[in-house]
Design a protein around this ligand. Sequence first.
Ligand code: AMP
Ligand code: MG
Length: 341
Amino acid sequence: MRSKKSVPAILAALLLLLTACKAKEPEPYQTQFMAMDTIMTLTLYGGDAQSAAALGVQRVQELEALLSVTAEGSEIHRVNCAGGQPVELSEDTRKLLEDALALCAATDGALDVTMYPVVRAWGFTTGEYRVPDSAELSALLGHVDYTSVSLEGSALTLPAGMELDLGAVAKGYAGEQLMELFAGAGVTSAIVELGGNVQALGAKPDGSPWRVAVQSPDGGGYAGVLEITDKAVVTSGGYQRCFEQDGETYWHIMDPATGCPARSGAVSVTIVTDRGVEADGLSTALFVMGRERAAAYWKEHPEFDFILIGEDGSVTVTQGLETSFSLLGSWAGSPLEIIRR
Ligand code: AMP
Ligand code: MG
């Protein structure tokens, strides 16, 4: 038999429960700033969150100053002006380039860190967009080949005329570095949003997973939500940077095989894995590959998961996300394919 309690008594108990919950929930420290061409938000709990966040902002700015392809005086700019001479790299750039080159090789060149001349020709570095003709593109593609990048110890040699762009992996590295810095400063949970890159340290302060939304590729709103702990979640989407000309949409993710925006059938690829650099590099590479090649790649490299949204509105998710990802709103009825090993 149910016990009968008076309404005021129940309300009082509820209020007590709510205040007790509220008192337990620690306040986050949050800061927002612009870097690497995007808005970044850092949210931290525990330790001296405010000082850790300040160090985090400083660290991202330091990385931007090294890795920016456009800023004169950056290390990458210096590399790109070296005219075939070797350049001594900082430890950050060396580590990131080493990882990025490994991803270029693993993805069979779908990721290529020497795509910069092509990206620039389309106007994505300045916003002065144009559609280069095929003669121009094939001349530029003559300078695209990650296998010609020579990294010996910390000495980098690029053939003259070739240019390096770590834009496809730099935010992933920044996310990874922030996690390391925060953990070292005694921060117990944190989540950072660096444009389309999200990376989390631990779980939420109450022990529950972070909920990360995946943007709908057709403009506003969300396609789905993911529950994660201690992971990087990185999305590459055609909608993130694009322009229209003569009814055609051109986006910033390029197929190194053609020198044109990748038309693989994918409009958005989200990668979920432990490491930010891998998540970032693979989101770009799997966008270039499209669904079939991405699925084949995943079957050979089991250490990550992905969500791929196709231009036909289909959603493909790898097995590891089966219970942690759900579609939202108008996407809830979309065809969802789970890829299994
Ligand atoms: P993301 O937003 O991480 O997918 O990276 C896209 C950025 O990387 C672009 O803005 C270009 O600067 C560069 N990029 C475009 N296509 C490629 C590619 N296939 N391989 C490497 N970098 C690329
Ligand atoms: Mg990327």
